[in-house]
Design a protein around this ligand. Structure first.
Ligand code: GDP
Ligand code: IMO
Ligand code: MG
Length: 425
């Protein structure tokens, strides 16, 4: 299938980096279409670990053209640093192509992200403080500065002056914070023009041509379905559309050119930041998931909240993304538990919900209805063939497939590139 969209089916950190890397071996183009350096995608190759925040995971393969699409927000300092880091590790970053329509994260976006969170206090989102929300706010209020503006210093200065005037009013008058100075920002950002000039192109056209030539194109979602600004657990979400519908919009391709939509979900579920989480465990089981799964954020190092696999939420992800198949990661972590639970419904406010509730009030009061499944208590990290998995592990996978109605075609049994069990469909 030439065009595949890969998305996070939970609250992010599902292992999208590893799965994208796996698919990239035979890919020609790998595209990020939303988000920015709030993402942290880990790929383990032998003894080496790569944690990519902005550059698509496909960059590790020399035949891949990595693309940052128009739907992304770019912190140029982070981008230039990530490119230099890859270069220093023997990965050529010069194949990267960047949309001139992508928006820039400016220093005042980071500052506003921090003051907005402070202002929210107890109600804070727990953002990554990378300036993501404020950058998208400017995009939609049509005050954003785009990558292409870096190459026209006069326009850049004009837009920056307008933005700074506005931001300084907000910072000083609303948030009682110090104003910011335009001059050092202009100097810093106009320097990036030289570093990035060669990589900026019409990425929509690039993708069109690649698709016309029958090339294999992969869209690598960042964050996850439940963090989607429209379909997630609003307001505890990110400010973009990680769901599959975001891919055509965030890259400039037509929706009918997508052949396959692959969801990535952990065999359990995690969340970083605040917001409702029906299957969250506050007990020793949850603590063990954190320890065994190494559940600490790639970007911020924050401890991830952990819980049993939520099949209500996963069926929702199948629906809102139109998933055609699922990659289930971290099955090896469940080897340490004798008995496993999966949520099949929620009880809330005196009602039973089999579909993901759309009302925040309902979601907050949810008590999951669990199905218990036997564990396998055997190390599966060396298994490479589906038939060699313990029967309880296969039953777990097959129970999930039956409940969500799509096949699990890929199973992760370890962080390494080859620690994957593939299943024919
Ligand atoms: P992403 O944001 O979706 O790319 O996921 P992250 O990289 O933030 O977090 C996933 C973590 O799980 C990383 O540390 C991966 O190396 C690791 N990982 C991915 N797949 C597996 C797996 O099947 N088993 C284990 N044990 N770890 C995995
Ligand atoms: P990857 O791509 C997990 C969460 C933050 C916060 C909310 C809003 O690695 O899966 P933001 O900075 O985006 O405004 O924060 O979204 N969040 C993520 N959680 N994985 C991510 O990315 C995330 N990116 C943002 O923790 O709750
Ligand atoms: Mg991550």
């Amino acid at each position: 299938m030439p065009t595949t969209v890969l998305i996070g089916a939970q609250w992010g950190d599902e292992g999208k980096g590893k799965v994208t890397d796996h698919l990239s071996e035979s890919a020609d183009v790998v595209v990020r279409y939303q988000g920015g350096n709030n993402a942290g995608h880990t790929i383990v190759v032998g003894d080496e670990r790569f944690a990519l925040t902005l550059i698509p995971s496909g960059v590790l393969y020399p035949q891949v053209t990595p693309v940052i699409g128009n739907g992304c927000v770019i912190d140029p300092n982070v981008l230039v640093t990530e490119m230099a880091e890859l270069d220093s590790r023997g990965i050529d970053p010069t194949r990267l192509r960047i949309s001139g329509n992508a928006h820039l994260i400016m220093p005042y976006h980071r500052k506003l992200d921090a003051v907005l969170e402070r202002f929210l206090g107890q109600q804070q989102i727990g953002t990554t403080k990378r300036g993501i929300g404020p950058a998208y706010m400017d995009k939609y209020s049509r005050q954003g500065i785009r990558v292409q503006d870096l190459f026209d210093p006069k326009i850049f200065r004009q837009k920056l002056d307008i933005a700074i005037k506005d931001k300084n009013k907000i910072l000083t008058k609303v948030y009682n914070s110090l104003p910011i100075d335009a001059e050092p920002i202009a100097e810093e950002y106009l320097d990036y023009a030289d570093s990035l000039r060669d990589y900026v192109t019409d990425t929509s056209l690039l993708l069109w041509r690649a698709q016309q030539a029958g090339k294999k194109v992969i869209f690598e979602g960042a964050q996850g379905t439940l963090l989607d600004i429209d379909h997630g657990t609003y307001p505890f979400v990110t400010s973009s559309n990680p769901t599959a519908g975001g891919a055509p919009i965030g890259s400039g391709i037509g929706p009918k050119t997508i052949d396959k939509v692959l969801g990535v979900a952990k065999a359990y579920i995690t969340r970083v930041g605040t917001g409702p989480f029906p299957t969250e465990l506050h007990d020793d089981v949850g603590n063990r998931m954190v320890d065994l799964g190494g559940e600490f954020g790639t970007v911020t190092g924050r401890r991830r909240r952990c819980g049993w696999l939520d099949l209500v939420a996963l069926r929702y992800a199948v629906r809102v993304n139109g998933l055609t198949e699922l990659a289930m990661t971290k099955l090896d972590i469940l080897s340490h538990f004798d008995m496993l639970k999966v949520a099949v419904a929620y009880d809330s406010l005196g009602e039973r919900f089999e579909e993901f509730p759309r009302q925040q009030r309902v979601l907050y009061n949810c008590h999951p209805v669990y199905e218990e499944l036997p564990g396998w208590s055997t190390d599966i990290s060396d298994v490479r063939n589906y038939g060699d998995l313990p029967k309880e592990a296969r039953s777990y996978i097959e129970y999930v497939e039956e409940t969500i109605g799509i096949p699990v075609t890929m199973i992760g049994v370890g962080p390494a590139r080859d620690a994957t069990v593939l299943r024919a469909t």
